[in-house]
Design a binder for this molecule. Structure first.
Ligand code: AMP
Length: 212
């Protein structure tokens, strides 16, 4: 049995058509079903529906053999026990700094940064040689500068409309983000043929979309 870990939301919406193109279809609509382990049209493939931030953990410890996860989540997890097989090019966005309109950092004080992406933010500001105070949040980060909890935020930006609606402006880009196909390191050896087949089938499809 090959188990694929997926998360609901943006990534699931974009990955289902790609999986269908390589012949894997959920037996029930994952958006409607309350089942967290979903059979597919293939007897030897099942889907595990988990939280986005938990996808790397389920794959790392072998509860799932492969998974689909945003690069942002993968960086925060750290990647232990995982192999990154393919950039799927889906759920594309960027991780960026955002600040209130007109904000200027006073260099004599430490910058207060609110984010869910603490590892990425730490690495980014360390690369600039800038010391910061980090505030870990799990959502609604846009509120942090508006309420004085932080000076700036580090968050995912796609169209920029969420920032605009909260009077924030996008600053430096930290990374371009997209979803990745990851595999458990042991599964990659023991189920190599099955995993390689899916990867090899997905790769030209993804590249064709990129080139379009
Ligand atoms: P936007 O208003 O289009 O810039 O989208 C920004 C909001 O959507 C933020 O709350 C982000 O955390 C979230 N977001 C944007 N792109 C993604 C993505 N690819 N994956 C997960 N969340 C995203």
């Amino acid at each position: 049995m090959l188990t694929i870990a997926l998360s609901k939301g943006r990534i699931l919406k974009e990955i289902l058509p790609l999986l269908a193109k390589v012949g894997i279809e959920a037996a029930e609509d994952p958006f409607e079903s309350r089942k967290l382990i979903l059979p597919t049209n293939l007897d030897d493939v099942q889907l595990l529906i988990v939280r986005a931030t938990d996808v790397p953990t389920f794959v790392q410890f072998g509860s799932a053999d492969i998974g689909i996860v945003g690069k942002d989540t993968l960086i925060e997890h750290g990647g232990d026990g995982l192999a990154e097989l393919l950039d799927l090019g889906i759920a594309a966005c960027r991780l960026a700094v955002a600040a209130p309109v007109g904000f200027e950092h006073n260099p004599s004080s430490r910058l207060k940064v609110a984010t869910k992406y603490t590892r990425s933010a730490e690495n980014y500001y360390a690369s600039l040689g800038q010391q910061i105070d980090l505030v870990k949040l799990y959502g609604s980060m846009e509120i942090a500068p508006l309420t004085g909890l932080a000076d700036v935020i580090v968050d995912l930006v796609d169209t920029g409309s969420t920032l605009k609606a909260n009077n924030l402006v996008e600053g430096e880009k930290i990374y371009d983000i997209s979803s990745r196909l990851i595999a458990n390191a042991a599964s990659l050896r023991t189920k190599y043929a099955q995993i390689a087949q899916i990867t090899d089938q997905l790769e030209p499809i993804v590249n064709a979309v990129d080139a379009a």
